[in-house]
Design a protein around this ligand. Structure first.
Ligand code: ADP
Ligand code: MG
Length: 333
C-alpha cells in the first residue's frame, strides 16, 4: 500500500513538474506560425482563435475587415485588438519620426509588393501617391476607436501586426498559468520564460544573403524580430528592389543595411523598429538605440559586416560557417 502511494505521489510530482510540450502550426496572415507550449492542449485552440480574430480585423485584403472598410470609405471604427494595435502603431510612427509610416500602403502597392506583380512605378504616379503619405494626418480617437483618413489615404498595419500578435499570444499563455512557450511567426520569434529545464532558448538569426544561419541568440522572455531585404524583392535591370520602403522617397530603402534584427520584451516595439531602423540606416539606427532603453539590435550591412549593440555581447554568437565575418559592437560611450 505504502509503496503504491509513494509511486502515485512520484507520478503526480513528475507530471506536475514537467508539463508536456504541445505544439501546433497555423497558417494565417500569409505566414506559417508555429506555437509550442509546455502546458495544456486547450490553450492552443484559444491561441488559434486569437490569430484568426486579429487577422479578420486587420487584413487589408479581406472584404469586411475593420481596416478594409476604413480604407475603402475613409472612415470607420476599430475595436479591441485592432484599436490597441493602431494606437501602438501610431505611437511608433511618431517615435521613429516617420521612418515607420503605416500610411505608406498605396506606395507599397504601386511597386507590386501586395500582389507579387512587381514593377518600378512611374515617377509622377509615385510622387502623387507619396503626397498622401503622412501618419500625422490619421485622425484617431483612441477612446472610441473612431478613425478618419485624409482623402486618398490608406493604411496597413503589416509592419507591426506579427510582433503585436506574438506579444498577445505570450500574454494569453501567461494568463493560463504557462511558464514556458515559444512562438515562431514566419521567423519572428517570441519566448515565454526559459525552456522547462531552465536553460535559455536558442534562436537562429537568418543570414540575409543566403539560406544559412548568421548566428544564434540565447534568450528568455524576449522577442527576436527581423526585417530583411531578402524577404520579398524583385530584380529589374540589374537592380534589386525590396519591400521595405523609405517614406521619404517612396522607393525601397537604400540605407546600406540588408537586415535588422531587434531583440526586446515587447513584440510590437520590436516589429516596428525592425522596419524603421532598416529605413534609417546604421548611423541613425545606432543613435536611436543609444537614446533608447527597451531593445537591442543586430545590423547586417551590404558590405557584410555584422554590428551588434552592447547588450547582446554575451547572448549572440556567429555560426561556425560565419565565424570569419567581421563583428562590431556598438556601445553607448
Ligand atoms: P515582414 O512583414 O516581411 O516580416 P516587416 O515587419 O519589415 O516585414 O514589414 C514590412 C511590410 O511593411 C512591407 O511588406 C510593407 O507592406 C510595409 N512597409 C514597408 N515599408 C514600410 C514603412 N516604412 N513603414 C511602414 N510599413 C512599411
Ligand atoms: Mg516590422
Amino acid at each position: 500500500m505504502k509503496r503504491l502511494a509513494a509511486f502515485l505521489l512520484m507520478l503526480v510530482l513528475l507530471t506536475g513538474c514537467a508539463p508536456k510540450q504541445v505544439s501546433t502550426t497555423v497558417f494565417a496572415m500569409d505566414t506559417v506560425m508555429k506555437l509550442s507550449v509546455y502546458g495544456d492542449e486547450a490553450v492552443l485552440d484559444e491561441a488559434e482563435a486569437l490569430i484568426h480574430q486579429l487577422e479578420a480585423q486587420v487584413s487589408v485584403t479581406r472584404e469586411g475587415s475593420e481596416l478594409y472598410s476604413l480604407n475603402h470609405t475613409g472612415s470607420g471604427t476599430v475595436t479591441g485588438h485592432a484599436k490597441e494595435l493602431l494606437d501602438r502603431a501610431l505611437a511608433l510612427c511618431s517615435r521613429t519620426d516617420g521612418a515607420l509610416d503605416i500610411s505608406i500602403y498605396p506606395v507599397v502597392r504601386s511597386w507590386g509588393f501586395t500582389t507579387g506583380e512587381y514593377r518600378v512605378p512611374d515617377e509622377e504616379a509615385l510622387a502623387s501617391l507619396l503626397s498622401h503619405v503622412d501618419y500625422k494626418k490619421i485622425d484617431f480617437d483612441a477612446g472610441s476607436g473612431a478613425v478618419s483618413l485624409s482623402p486618398d489615404m490608406e493604411i496597413d498595419l503589416g509592419s507591426v501586426t506579427k510582433g503585436y500578435l506574438s506579444s498577445c499570444l505570450i500574454a494569453l499563455f501567461r494568463e493560463n498559468g504557462i511558464t514556458s512557450a515559444l512562438v515562431n511567426l514566419g521567423g519572428n520569434v517570441q519566448a515565454l520564460g526559459t525552456k522547462p529545464d531552465g536553460s535559455l532558448w536558442q534562436v537562429a538569426v537568418q543570414d540575409p544573403k543566403n539560406d544559412s544561419y548568421l548566428g544564434v541568440l540565447s534568450i528568455a522572455d524576449q522577442a527576436v524580430i527581423t526585417s530583411g531585404g531578402y524577404e520579398r524583392y524583385f530584380e529589374e535591370d540589374g537592380k534589386t528592389y525590396w519591400h521595405i520602403i523609405d517614406p521619404a522617397t517612396g522607393a525601397p530603402a537604400q540605407s546600406g543595411l540588408i537586415s535588422v534584427t531587434i531583440v526586446g520584451t515587447d513584440g510590437t516595439t520590436c516589429d516596428a523598429l525592425s522596419t524603421a531602423l532598416f529605413v534609417m540606416g546604421l548611423e541613425n539606427a545606432a543613435d536611436f538605440w543609444t537614446a533608447s532603453d527597451d531593445f537591442e539590435a543586430i545590423f547586417v550591412t551590404e558590405d557584410n559586416t555584422v554590428y551588434i549593440t552592447q547588450g547582446l555581447q554575451d547572448s549572440f554568437t556567429l555560426s561556425e560557417d560565419h565565424s570569419k565575418m567581421e563583428l562590431q559592437v556598438i556601445t553607448r560611450d
